[in-house]
Design a protein around this ligand. Sequence first.
Ligand code: DQA
Length: 149
Amino acid sequence: MINLLLINGPNLNLLGQREPSLYGVQTLETIETELYKKAEKAGIKLETFQSNSEGSLVDQIQKAIGEIDAIMINAGAYTHTSVALRDALLSSEIPYVELHLSNTFSRESFRHKSLLADRAVGVITGFGPMSYQLAFDGILSFLKHQDRK
Ligand code: DQA
């Protein structure tokens, strides 16, 4: 069975009330529930984790080693700043997809840079809550086809 881990970083626990014009009105709980349904239908085991703390996110990535086949990560603001998260992801050697609700490239210039993107399988940005569904489809397709490359 394929095991997927969804990681959400800082302030994503406030989805639904946080800047809804940018991030929409769906809560993280709703987004995760939708994804659990999708995972169940596909016969995939899904785990989710959210933290506002960089160290806890690093710990979670380390825990995933040997347990998780791929990670979907919305690292929030840490995307643009965190060498520690980059190092954790690369050390884990777990394939990952970076995702964002908003289109980070249409926003402030400091959001145009990602410390995670160049080593990600792919990046999904700008589709609102649908970004999570697209990330799921993308990483699953990657896992299913990686042996055939
Ligand atoms: C975000 C984009 C980041 O720049 C921002 O810091 C977030 C959310 C997104 O999902 O659009 O917290 O990752």
